[in-house]
Design a protein around this ligand. Structure first.
Ligand code: AFP
Length: 317
């Protein structure tokens, strides 16, 4: 009798299993991140199937919302409230803190669709999340996050998370499961790529112009998409790079928000060995005073972030 030998299928590690074995996430945090990843699958489907037009409404920053901003916000809200693990959440698309269940263990901050103005151009866009313990985020610092993650909807959909000690990336496969792609992602100290945002500011901000000139005069390569999630993901993917968004006349504090964008991405960047600063202090040490707080940000390879901050403080160096 012939006995069939079992073929070893390559082992695929799911997000859930990774959170359990490597992420050291307590069950409640693991369930919450898996619930968020489920919301992301609905958003990914909505991106493929929904009209990219304007919703006819604006968010708290006065920016026009596209239909998918509103839909993504609804999808995430629904999943957070169904999880029963969220005391309160703050969304970039809403002007106040939303209380869900004060006895629940976590608060979540999120930008449901970062880069949505790029949707019609079919560029990569993302969803960003920060998770805090307790029922309030105001008065805390991003350093107090216990986890952060983002989902990037590009030619492929990926999810990158940290539970506070290392950074791991997952790929959404054809049967709707996030499968481990790369773990223990690292960012080198020296950047070969630079990604300068809010360049309108160089007209009024001579320090930013001086920084830009140092990049233009270097051998570094420009990589800029207009979606912070995609641009920061580029740094994780290539293992080096620097991204900036610095203030000028229109946005004195830069265009980006501490709570929803810079805080979570800075938390991930530091876990990968990079750094993030507002030019003077660490992004993770900035106190969240209000939900619509903007901040300048320089994020990525440590040595280049430090050099960029020095240049912004002293443009005549
Ligand atoms: P939208 O979500 O309105 O498209 O804005 C995206 C974003 O907040 C961030 O992801 C980009 O880095 C930044 O705006 C782009 O700003 P610039 O207009 O300065 O390139």
């Amino acid at each position: 009798m012939n006995i069939a030998v079992a073929q070893n299928t390559p082992r695929q590690i799911s997000l859930n299993s990774h959170l359990f074995h490597r992420g050291n996430a307590p069950d409640s945090l693991r369930h919450l991140i898996v619930d968020i990843s489920r919301a992301a699958k609905y958003i990914q489907n909505a991106i493929r199937t929904t009209d990219t037009g304007l919703a006819g409404s604006s968010n708290q920053f006065g920016e026009e919302q596209v239909k998918l901003d509103v839909l993504s916000d609804d999808i995430i809200q629904h999943h957070l409230s169904e999880s029963r693990l969220v005391a309160s959440y703050i969304s970039e698309e809403q002007s106040e803190v939303i209380q869900l269940d004060s006895r629940a263990p976590y608060s979540v901050v999120f930008d449901p669709l970062d880069g949505s103005s790029l949707l019609d151009a079919n560029f990569a866009i993302g969803s960003i999340f920060g998770i805090y313990e307790g029922s309030d985020v105001i008065g805390k610092k991003p350093a107090e996050q216990i986890a952060a993650l983002y989902v990037l909807y590009g030619p492929r959909t990926t999810l990158t998370y940290t539970t506070g000690s290392s950074v791991h990336e997952f790929l959404l496969n054809d049967v709707g499961e996030f499968i481990l792609l790369r773990e223990f992602i690292g960012v080198a100290d020296i950047a070969k790529n630079y990604s300068p945002g809010n360049l309108r500011a160089v007209q009024e901000n001579s320090a930013y112009r001086s920084l830009l000139n140092t990049w233009l005069d270097s051998d570094q390569t420009l990589r800029y998409s207009g979606c912070m999630t995609a641009d920061v993901h580029h740094i994780f993917a290539k293992g080096q790079g620097i991204f900036s968004n610095v203030g000028g006349k229109k946005y004195p504090e830069g265009k980006l928000r501490l709570v929803f964008e810079c805080g979570p991405l800075a938390f991930l960047m530091e876990q990968a060995g990079g750094s993030a600063s507002d030019g003077t202090i660490r992004i993770l040490d900035k106190v969240i005073e209000k939900i619509d707080q903007r901040t300048p940000v320089i994020i990525g390879s440590k040595t280049d972030v430090q050099k960029a901050c020095e240049r912004l403080q002293n443009p005549l160096l």
